[in-house]
Design a protein around this ligand. Structure first.
Ligand code: ASP
Ligand code: MG
Length: 481
């Protein structure tokens, strides 16, 4: 059961922050169900929302279209508008609230249109403009849901992050919240707004820099927003409402026997978020951990189910390994050079060149003769050209591997417990899958390695059965976990 919103304990803040993902905000029927849930469970709480499904993509693609062709702007605007008016027409049940929403919408559309024209006129998508434009999906969604709830006679209010002082470090598209400043500002704004009967909507995904610029937290960043709001308002917990049950012991599309993980530590959740399990934004754990805030993943299709609970005192699993995650969006750029370990500065030079073209290096593995950079596949071309352009070249040869997949086994205490790695690799070897590269040690809770992409399914299922169920292809003589 979710805790009752209104059973306010004396002196104790039972306020929750609930985050509603864009995946749930898809189609009138689904949205209507979410609105029912909000009405039943969110009074007295803060609801941080994502954009309606597909809107952020439409805004981001819209920028490219608007840059190339001014006449595309009218179409982009009307598609975004139609998505919201369709939902509004069906779900806002009073004429007054519908009129109010239409006024909100016209104002926002007017501003958004000017931003698109500005972009076309200046022939440039600056990071500043890109962040403002992409923040509109969340703004519109929060306004829409506020009007829907009001039309049902629920006391709903909406406040924008930049009006409340959700302060960031100003880094466009990858901002970090300034927690102490935000805490101070929210302490002034929120308590007067929120009583036991009120639902307070806040758009996720962005905050505002000291100098007043809208700055987003990167794609999927509404989870992070919600964690920031929860951490800085002293909320009792953070609930992330999604359309899945929570973290699983493997991707159920690859492993039919995957089980729900009911309790995780912050470190386990962060590793799993990072390694491809698209349940949570990887940085969402940071603010939660600093305040020992419990995060509950809840499925809106089964709201009574417990989901996955992430907390400071997650019970240790007797199995040690909690999940086998994977990521297929991975490529390796191998930079061959002699004596890597003995040449000061070479790693920094190579990493600086690649990072300098905006590529996020996801991991680095080095040996005496080679630096292997793990990056997203979309970044291969840019990384290669950045390295080729280095003068003088500090390396002999570059090699790119994009036929690989990354597998991670995650669980607290992995590093300390003898034999876990051996069991994992024995299971993989028993299925005749070759392990290409291993990294073990940087995190206390994860071991990761690469295999050929075509071997992914085989390897996942071998490891999963090794740690979670009856072994399927285990070599003789390897004991149980
Ligand atoms: N709407 C933004 C995105 O799609 C943020 C979010 O949904 O968390 O990336
Ligand atoms: Mg989204």
């Amino acid at each position: 059961m979710m805790p009752d919103a209104n059973s306010s304990g004396k002196g104790k803040n039972l306020m929750k922050v609930i985050k509603i993902g864009g995946g749930c905000l898809n189609g009138q029927k689904t949205i209507a169900r979410i609105v029912d849930l909000i009405e039943q469970r969110a009074k007295g709480h803060i609801v941080v929302v994502s954009a309606l499904n597909g809107i952020t993509d439409a805004l981001i693609e819209g920028m490219q279209q608007a840059l190339a062709d001014e006449t595309a702007i009218a179409g982009i605007m009307s598609r975004i508008k139609a998505k919201h008016t369709n939902v509004a027409r069906h779900l806002i049940v009073s004429r007054q609230a519908l009129n109010d929403f239409n006024k909100d919408l016209s104002k926002s559309m007017f501003k958004l249109e000017r931003l698109f024209y500005g972009l076309n006129f200046t022939r440039e998508i600056t990071p500043r403009l890109a962040d403002v434009i992409s923040s509109y999906g969340e703004r519109l969604c929060a306004q829409l849901l506020t009007r829907v709830l009001r039309s049902r006679k629920v006391n709903a209010v909406c406040r924008m992050p930049h009006h409340m002082g959700m302060v960031t470090d100003g880094k466009f598209n990858d901002a970090t919240a300034n927690l102490p400043r935000t805490e101070k500002n929210l302490a002034r704004h929120i308590p007067p707004l929120l009583d036991a009967q009120t639902v307070l909507f806040i758009p996720g995904f962005f905050g505002v820099s000291e100098s007043g610029d809208i700055t987003t937290f990167g794609r999927g960043g509404s989870d992070y927003s919600a964690a920031v709001v929860a951490a800085t308002t002293g909320a009792e917990s953070l609930e992330i409402w999604k359309d899945v049950d929570g973290f699983m012991s493997a991707d159920p599309r690859l492993e039919p026997e995957a089980e729900l993980i009911s309790a995780l530590s912050y470190e386990e959740a962060a590793e799993l978020a990072y390694f491809g399990a698209k349940i949570l934004h990887a940085r969402c754990v940071e603010p939660a951990r600093t305040r020992k805030l419990t995060i509950a993943i809840k499925n809106t299709l089964h709201p009574e189910a417990d989901g996955s609970l992430i907390s400071a005192n997650a019970p240790k699993s007797p199995r040690t390994v909690k999940s086998v995650a994977h990521d297929t969006d991975i490529a390796v750029v191998k930079v061959h050079a002699s004596g890597v370990g003995a040449r000061p500065g070479i790693l920094a030079q190579v990493a600086t060149a690649v990072a300098g073209v905006g590529v996020n290096i996801r991991s680095v593995i080095t040996s005496q003769t080679c630096i292997s950079l793990l990056i997203s596949r979309k970044d291969v071309a840019a990384s290669r050209s950045a390295l080729v352009a280095m003068a003088p070249r500090p390396y002999r040869r570059i090699e790119v591997r994009d036929d690989v997949a990354l597998i991670a086994i995650v669980g607290d205490g992995l590093l300390k417990r003898a034999g876990i790695a051996a069991q994992c690799f024995a299971a993989v070897a028993a299925c005749n899958v070759n392990v290409e590269m291993i990294s073990f040690g940087p995190s206390r809770a994860a071991l990761y390695f690469l295999t050929k992409g075509k071997d992914l399914q085989k390897a996942i299922s071998a490891i999963h059965s090794r740690f979670f169920s009856s072994p399927r292809c285990l070599p003789p003589g390897v004991g149980g976990p």
